[in-house]
Design a protein around this ligand. Structure first.
Ligand code: ATP
Length: 353
């Protein structure tokens, strides 16, 4: 059994089911992100793990122990929320010491642990400050230190960066990942920000309507999205409609152009319509690019975005975006121009609805 196992976990509020048969196994020391749009049930799953919500079905084990009979304070779980949620009338030292005092730890041991925790988050010099005297990023680091001080068996982070400005978000997410790896603590991180999830997770659970659409490493989720939802939620991407022509030969048709996929079409029959995903960065107009397939179409627009020129072309009624890397020698294509987009057949993926 994995360190944390959720089996067919369900939650309904009244008549409305918001978590449907959620299954997930997390190994000790893993960093897993729950990624999904607002309202998909991320926080509800987290709150069930913490014990703030009671599941209406399924089971929840941590380290081989059924958590359902346990109250939140019996589960030894650390939690950090979006709002900093520090005690406003306590200084940093006392905030971090809080859980240790409740646990009845001797004062000398508390002081040593608080010092260790403040060292970990590099805020040793602010031990006497009150929350109102600190920036949002600093307060969130204190909240992290407070959650970690009690040596929880699992750390739950519920959108801990979303109240911070963009620059701090990036540096703090890297810091969280470093601390998590240093301590080897099993962590679940809830976010609706795909870049955040891709950059720091061992694995990502992409959630859609209370279900896990796909569970995989950042590379798997980005490169081989299992569903149309995952494909469109994680990264920018083209969805292309195509007809299966010869399933045995993995042959499809986009408009009037035939393409041979790398992916097996054994599950389909000739005449079926399929949705294909293609990342804008996968294609290139250059002849020199390594490619084994191509599509020809008319340019509809080209937008200069700095490092890339995002270009759109029409292929048999499908609008396909692709990124040309900018350099002094590059001339953006003009609207109406006929161009050929080259890419690897493996980059064109059939995704299910
Ligand atoms: P967000 O990113 O906006 O926090 P989320 O993915 O974390 O979203 P949840 O907060 O888990 O989503 O909510 C999932 C669904 O459950 C939503 O439709 C929400 O309105 C509903 N919900 C959550 N808590 C309750 C509650 N106590 N009573 C009734 N409905 C609730």
């Amino acid at each position: 059994m994995s360190f944390l196992t959720l089996t067919n976990l369900q939650k309904s509020f009244g008549q409305v089911q918001v978590v449907h048969n959620f299954n997930m196994s997390i190994e000790k020391g893993e960093f897993v992100s729950f990624l999904g749009p607002s309202g998909c049930g991320k926080t509800t799953v987290l709150r069930m793990i913490a014990g703030f919500e009671t599941p209406t079905g399924g089971s929840l084990f941590i380290n081989g122990k059924d958590q359902r009979p346990l109250k939140p304070n019996q589960r030894n779980i650390g939690m950090v929320f979006q709002a900093y949620a520090l005690f406003p009338n306590m200084n940093v030292h006392d905030n971090v010491a809080f859980g240790l005092k409740v646990a009845g730890m001797p004062k000398a041991d508390i002081d040593a642990r608080v010092k260790e925790m403040l060292g970990l988050i590099r805020l040793d010099h602010l031990a006497d400050r009150f929350p109102y005297q600190m920036s949002g990023g600093q307060q969130q680091r204190v909240a992290l230190a407070r959650a970690l001080a009690v040596k929880p068996q699992v750390l739950l982070l519920d959108e801990p960066l979303s109240a911070l400005d963009a620059k701090i978000r990036v540096s703090l997410r890297e810091e969280i990942r470093l601390i998590q790896q240093k301590l080897g603590i099993t962590t679940i991180f809830v976010t609706h920000d795909q870049e955040e999830a891709l950059s720091i997770s061992d694995r990502i659970v992409v959630m859609n309507g209370g279900k896990a659409d796909q569970i995989g490493t950042p590379f798997e989720v980005y490169n081989t999205p299992a569903t149309r939802f995952v494909a469109s939620f994680v990264g920018t991407l083209n969805m292309i409609e195509a007809k299966v022509v010869d399933p045995a030969a993995n042959r499809i048709q986009i408009g009037d152009q035939g393409v041979t996929l790398k992916q097996s079409l054994a599950a389909y029959k000739a005449g079926d319509t399929v949705s294909l995903a293609l990342r804008p960065e996968a294609g290139s107009l250059s002849d020199s690019v390594k490619s084994d397939t191509a599509l020809t179409g008319q340019v509809t627009s080209a937008h200069f975005l700095g490092s890339v020129i995002r270009t759109r072309m029409n292929v048999g009624g499908n609008v396909i975006s692709f990124d040309m890397f900018n350099s002094p020698g590059v001339t953006p294509p003009q609207a109406g121009e006929t161009v050929t987009l080259r890419f690897m057949a493996a980059d064109l993926l059939v995704v299910r609805d």
